[in-house]
Write a protein that binds this ligand. Structure first.
Ligand SMILES: Cc1ncc(COP(=O)(O)O)c(C=O)c1O
Length: 394
């Protein structure tokens, strides 16, 4: 057996295995798509491919309007403005920092709320307890190819007369409560970053069934304005280029097979990790049709023998580029850590998830054999935990 890299051996994998989809179409398809752009002499400003992408996505999601943007972060900032949010908005601490930064950019104060330990999404009762006269909205996140308690949050928003919208950056193609994500709340924002299951290299979209919100977003997306003119507080440049749209269309063609590959990789991890003490896969998407975007893992230090961070260090030495998602939680990250004070309900579930979870590599650069080998490697690390702890303490 090869010596473990953390104990002096050479890395088990010769190249870096990342967390993230990292979809690449074949060179021939890419070349043909780029040739089309050259022939049309049209790079950007709502070109033909961008229009086709919006129409195709609108049918895919089953929503009236899809507004494509150059990334989800700008989409979230524009969303806050298009919804005329003011004062405070409730947001999870357990999310990517961009969810919260979008509020800060839009001049809104985030109110951090705890998450449900099973869905990893906003905990409805905690949300309800944090609403006061200054709260104008709820920004909920649908994580890891699953969904949060959408229906309960919808009831709360309706009852309290505030707006609910979703950061569904991880949720492309996910079905929850009998419907595809995209049509819930006032709007939903998706990311098409290279690490996501649908890639435009950089990109994203906003889905809504509301004509006014869509018109506002289209006018805000480009400083030139677009579509029927409506009054908007600010404009930006969040346009998606034709090259981005071309990749997104190819990625969409391959979406089902990418989901299936990820599902098989997840199943391989599950088999390989089944008998290793102290390690388990976390599925937040049991009640959903998932996109298998992420493989989320939990470590119990006592039974596994290593802390989460010791395990991650050992895996990184083997070129398995595992990641702590999300760490340390947005409420404990700059710039929010300075002003964050434990609110009346605290964020215990968020802090627990931030301390225990990590993401395993899954996507185009991984396959079932690699997932199995990584799972077995984790078993070897557990068997050698004592020696590894000794080495790390030297
Ligand atoms: C939950 C969440 N929200 C928002 C974003 C931002 O997406 P983008 O990189 O497209 O701006 C990400 C990116 O990973 C994310 O994970």
């Amino acid at each position: 057996m090869n010596q473990l890299a953390i104990l002096g051996g050479s890395p088990r994998f010769s190249s870096d295995l990342p967390v993230g989809q990292l979809y690449f179409p074949s060179w021939d398809r890419y070349e043909a798509a780029m040739r089309g752009i050259f022939e049309r002499r049209y790079y950007t400003n709502q070109g033909p491919l961008t229009n086709i992408l919006e129409e195709t996505l609108s049918a895919f999601f089953g929503v009236k309007h899809v507004v494509v943007v150059t990334n989800a972060t700008l989409g979230l900032i524009m969303a806050a403005k298009a919804l005329s949010l003011q004062g405070k908005v409730i947001v999870p601490g357990f999310t990517f920092i961009a969810s919260v930064q979008s509020l800060t950019w839009a001049g809104i104060e985030p109110v951090f709320c705890d998450v449900d330990i099973d869905t990893h999404g906003l905990h409805p009762a905690s949300v309800d307890s944090l609403i006061d006269k200054d709260v104008s909205g709820i920004l909920a996140a649908n994580l890891w190819g699953g969904a949060c308690a959408i229906e309960e949050l919808q009831e709360i928003a309706l009852k309290r007369g505030i707006k609910l919208y979703f950061d569904s950056a991880h949720g492309f193609g996910v079905e929850a409560f009998g419907r595809k994500l995209g049509g819930f709340g006032e709007l939903e924002v998706f990311s098409f970053h290279a690490t996501k299951i649908l890639s435009a290299t950089e990109g994203g979209c906003i889905c809504t069934n509301d004509d006014t919100i869509a018109a506002r977003l289209r006018n805000m997306r480009s400083s030139y304005g677009a579509g029927p003119p409506v009054d908007v507080p600010l404009t930006s440049n969040a346009r998606m280029s034709e090259a981005q749209a071309a990749i997104a269309l190819m990625s969409l063609e391959d979406f089902e097979s990418n989901v299936e590959n990820n599902r098989l990789q997840g199943a391989a991890y599950s088999r390989a990790l089944a008998d290793i003490p102290g390690i388990s896969l976390v599925r937040v998407d049991r009640d959903c049709k998932s996109n298998y975007q992420y493989v989320v893992c939990r470590v119990d230090e006592q039974s596994f023998g290593l802390t989460r961070d010791q395990l991650l260090l050992a895996l990184k030495r083997e070129n398995v580029n595992v990641r702590r998602y999300f760490y340390p939680g947005v409420h404990r990250s700059v710039p929010y850590n300075e002003s964050f004070s434990e609110n009346s309900i605290g964020l215990p579930n968020t802090d627990k998830l931030c301390a225990e979870l990590f993401q395993l590599p899954v996507g185009a650069l991984v396959n079932v054999d690699i997932a199995t080998a990584i799972g077995e490697l984790i078993g070897e690390l557990s068997e050698n935990a004592g020696e590894i702890r000794g080495r790390l303490s030297q």
